[in-house]
Design a protein around this ligand. Sequence first.
Ligand code: AMP
Ligand code: ZN
Length: 493
Amino acid sequence: MPLYESQTIKIYNSLSGEKETFKPINDGYVGMYVCGPTVYSNVHLGNVRTFMSFDVIFRYLKHLGYKVRFVRNITDAGHLENDADEGEDRIAKKARLEAIEPMEVVQRYTVDFHNILNKFNFLPPSIEPTATGHIIEQIEIIKSIIDNGLAYEVNGSVYFDVHKYNETKAYGILSKRKLEDLIHNTRALDGQSDKKNPQDFALWKRAEPQHIMRWPSPWSDGFPGWHLECTAMSTKYLGEQFDIHGGGMDLKFPHHECEIAQAQACNGQSPVNYWMHANMLIMNGKKMAKSTGNYILPNEIFSGDNPHITKAYAPSVARFFMLQAHYRSILDFTNNGLLASEKGFYRLMDAINLLNDLKTSDSSTFNVSEWQQKCYDAMNDDFNTPILIATLFDAAKFINQVKDGSATVSAEDLELLKQTFDIFVFDVLGLVNVAKESSGSDQLSAAVEILINLRKEARQNKDFALSDKIRDELAEAGIQLKDSREGTTFTTN
Ligand code: AMP
Ligand code: ZN
């Protein structure tokens, strides 16, 4: 029997504003779509946080035995500088500034994105489609929306008719906005625009002569609107209706609202059963964002090379820091927060690393199977990783008590403890049991220092067999000693 039959997940659905029992459309299968990055610059830690939330959700669903098709796109065209269908394409702009091809920009930052996610131990999605690879599908959707009377063409551009759509459906259903309020809050058109109403959004834009990212279409040589790609790719790979759609909170409006409208206008049904939105990573009280300069890059965390932090942190420490907050809570990035997480992370790893040395007894003083179910309960409750981590620490405390003799564990329970840590710490949270050294650890340095001094003593005593043994065995463990006139130093692989 697959685990998902005994574990019931509740998901907070942004559409209903409530936690709902998760029931996939097809028993045993989950279709999940997450809006991917616009690859015009390096991903910052805020972007990583949103993608990490869905990496953990993907991991947990897989652990429960679901066959998950997880689609996360790459936006490589159509995302303009602002949300009002104006400004330059972000990728084209970067290409112009750097005097390179737009596709060189796309390649550079897609590679960076993958490298960063690998460092954070992400699982790759099942499909990673690109907007430019799906121009034909986007054109087909525009044609059907026009046929259904919900889009209009002006001067080679096509716009979605929000007012007409709102006569029969609710534009604003996801972000809880009313069209009347939107009308009230937007400036009137300045006469330059082709749109009938300022709330309408572009499905296709005619390219100006200088716009190099362009494709032929029935309306003009141009490019698709940003919201359209996600409708095209999610429908193509997951169907007209699928289970989960995710992204950062800031995408709810207009991006996801427009996705719902497009899918409704094209297929006549609501595309997604569970809308999930991850909250923002903030720094200095403001949203982390490339455009304002208020951001930190993952590589700066790993090197310590940023004024906001006092030292380097291992990727798993940064991962642990982010998962100590629930995905729907705002998370404030601070050096103190990272320092505290680093301590906590190594405390957890130290407890896990004790598991193989524990002595077993006839019975246990801790109810391990009840604890295991608590771990599941935490994740079943809208993927509550901070509660899961707190629960893991309950067992870490128990492990330390067994070690110092104030508690006992049976052989069977010890096995269950090991399995459960493997599942939740490594498979679900995606943490890596790294030696502390990758963050410039003090403890590892101290330990190697002791061995260096022992080797020095051995050499002074002319016990070269022992001094060579220390050097060789350290090398086997990936630690190289280097002798110089100033003394001995070490490097790690
Ligand atoms: P973009 O490349 O700008 O389309 O953003 C990629 C993803 O990162 C989207 O899901 C955004 O919602 C998300 N995102 C952007 N800034 C932040 C932030 N400060 N905290 C969390 N997620 C963010
Ligand atoms: Zn999207």
